[in-house]
Each structure stands twice: as C-alpha cells, then as structure tokens.
Design a protein around this ligand. Structure first.
Ligand SMILES: NC(=O)c1ccc[n+]([C@@H]2O[C@H](COP(=O)([O-])OP(=O)(O)OC[C@H]3O[C@@H](n4cnc5c(N)ncnc54)[C@H](O)[C@@H]3O)[C@@H](O)[C@H]2O)c1
Length: 312
C-alpha cells in the first residue's frame, strides 16, 4: 500500500497523544505494586550487572525478578550509591528473596569468575546471568581516541564475553545433592538497537553493541546441547539514567511530546518494559528461544526510515 490515510492516523493532537503516553507509562510502572507475586523465576539463582541506577534497566529487572520469586539475586554495579537502597527494597518487599549486592566492574574477569563461583558455592547452581551493565558515549568520530574506543569495547562487550564464559561454566556444573541434576541456564546480554544498524548511537557504542549481538548468536553454537541459552535484548529509546540528558534537553525545549516519535508507537520506553523482556528470557517460558537479538523498541528497528507521521 502506498500513501497514508490521515483519517486513520493516531491522535492528531500531539499533546493529547503525549498525555495518553504518560498515562500508559504510569500504568506500566505501577505493575509491580498492582500485581500479585509470580513464580516464573521460582528457585532461580541469578546474577544481574548494572543495577545501580535508580531509573535503570538493571534495577527494574532486579525488582521484577524478585517479584517473580527468584531465590538469590547477586547484584553488581560499579557505583555503590544506590546499592543499599536496592538491597533494602528487595528485603522489605520480598523477604523470601536473598539479595547480595556487590560493588565492582562488570568487565573485571576476577569479579565475574568470582561471583559465578560464589553462586555455585552458596547455592549449588547458577540459572541466569543478565549482563546488563553498559556505558554510552557522545563523541563524534573526531573526538574518539583509540583508548576511549577500547574502553567502550571493554565495558560493553568484554563484560558480556565474561558473562558468557564464566556464566556458562557455572551453568554446566551439576550438583545432584543440591537439586541441580543437569546442565542448563539462560544468559541474557543487553545490547541495543544501535548494535543492529546505524542511526541510534555513536560509532564506538554501536560497534560495542554489535559485538554483543554477535556473541548472542555465536555463543549458542559454542554451547551446543548444554541447555544453556544465550540471547541479547536490543532496547530502543528508554528513559533511564543513561538517557537523562536527552530527555532533560527535550523537555527544556518543550519538545517532550516528540520524544520517541520515530518509532511506530510514537513514544519512548521505560526500564520496566525491558525488564519484562529480560524476565521472559530468564524464565522457562522462553525454553526454546536461543541465539536471538530481541528488539524491544516500539518497532523502531523493524522499518526503513519513514517520515514521522507516515504510517505505511
Ligand atoms: N537507555 C537506553 O535508551 C538504552 C538503549 C539501548 C541499550 N541500553 C543499554 O541498557 C543497559 C542498561 O543501561 P540503562 O539504560 O539502564 O542505563 P543506566 O545508566 O541507568 O544504568 C547503567 C548502570 O550500569 C552501571 N555500570 C556502568 N558501567 C559499569 C561497569 N563497568 N561495571 C558495573 N556496572 C557498570 C552504571 O553504574 C549504571 O548503574 C546498558 O548496557 C545500555 O547500553 C540502554
């Protein structure tokens, strides 16, 4: 079909559409408070990195994993500031869930191998590794040095490699006496739509996330017949600590209603929506999903570029 029918277009009034978006987001963000505890991660031992940001994907995932009955969450961030609050919140809302917070670098080999070993020692198994920590960059090509390029690759890509290497070794480990009879687990990597194609990030950030997407596809073939699944999530534009400046700038110019208008849903996303994708991949609900780059982006990456407002 060519052209578009304006009578079928979404609300013509941008402000009204934005009000609807805000109401929708408020509903999404109140999901945990308004829904009963689940059992989708019952008894699962999980590691999550990058949990320290109050509005971040890692924290939202930690809370959702606890809500869904995870047994023990090992929660890592470089920045210690909000870790005590995260631990206290989980312990207050979900007293049956163990929360261990750790300060450290997700790209530190000793830390990552150590936390995997610790899970084996304390719980006898590791079920889920959500390698979510990451950094964004803002410099155009001329401002990127060889050193800064390698740092982005280290934090964003090496961290995921270490999660695969040490996470899968722990997931293969069998411990009959503690109920772990066969190999298995789920490794989830946070990539980005910037790792799928151009137009969503700087060259170093995009390259680092493309590497993550590649590892999500190659790792399953290194882990054949282990029942260890590896997938990446590719978020679109999500309001978190990482994107605060973008949102603040847009709001300062009165352009709030236009944020996210390039995807067919016409809005930005929130961390809780990415957490739901991580929950699906962490749980047995996704038992046959492997080697995928799972875009959670309102449809942004599904199309060639289109003019805003043009829907076909
Ligand atoms: N927000 C978005 O629009 C968006 C889009 C695509 C992908 N992502 C990815 O989502 C992931 C989570 O980011 P977010 O949006 O929640 O941002 P955020 O900045 O709110 O949270 C990221 C967290 O990772 C931590 N971190 C950074 N480097 C670390 C390291 N080396 N070791 C341990 N912790 C470290 C930070 O301290 C922070 O708490 C990142 O990998 C990011 O690249 C975000």
């Amino acid at each position: 079909m060519s052209g578009y029918d304006t009578t079928k277009a979404p609300p013509a009034n941008l402000q009204q559409f934005y009000e609807n978006t805000k109401a929708r987001i408020q509903k999404i963000q109140s999901h945990l408070a308004n829904s009963p505890r689940g059992i989708r991660l019952k008894d699962k031992v999980c590691i999550i990195t990058g949990v320290g940001s109050l509005k971040g994907i890692g924290r939202a995932s930690a809370l959702l994993f606890a809500h869904e009955g995870a047994k023990h969450l090992y929660l890592i961030d470089f920045d210690t500031k909000n870790l005590p609050d995260l631990k206290a919140t989980i312990e207050r809302l979900y007293p049956d869930v163990k929360a261990t917070t750790m300060q450290g670098d997700a790209a530190d080999e000793a830390l990552i191998s150590g936390v995997c070993e610790r899970a084996l020692k304390e719980e006898g198994k590791l079920d889920v590794f959500f390698a979510n920590a990451g950094i964004a960059t803002v410099n155009p090509l001329e401002g990127i040095t060889a050193e800064s390029f390698m740092n982005v690759m280290r934090v964003n890509s090496l961290s995921c490699f270490l999660a695969i290497k040490y996470g899968s070794a722990a997931m293969k480990s069998v411990n009959e006496s503690r109920g772990k009879k066969v190999s298995g687990g789920s490794i989830i990597l946070t990539a980005s739509v910037a790792g799928l194609r151009s137009g969503a990030g700087t060259i170093d950030y995009s390259a680092s996330k493309a590497a993550v997407n590649s590892m999500a596809k190659t790792a399953p073939y290194q882990l054949q017949k282990t029942d260890i699944r590896v997938n990446s999530i590719c978020p679109g534009l999500i309001e978190t600590g990482m994107t605060t400046d973008t949102f603040t700038y847009a709001r300062s110019r009165g352009a709030d209603a236009k944020i996210g208008q390039l995807n067919p849903m016409g809005r930005f996303g929130v961390a809780e929506e990415i957490a739901q994708a991580a929950l699906f991949l962490a749980s047995d609900d996704s038992s046959y999903v492997n080697g995928q780059n799972f875009a959670v982006d309102g449809g942004l990456s599904s199309s060639h570029p289109v003019m805003p407002g043009r829907w076909a």
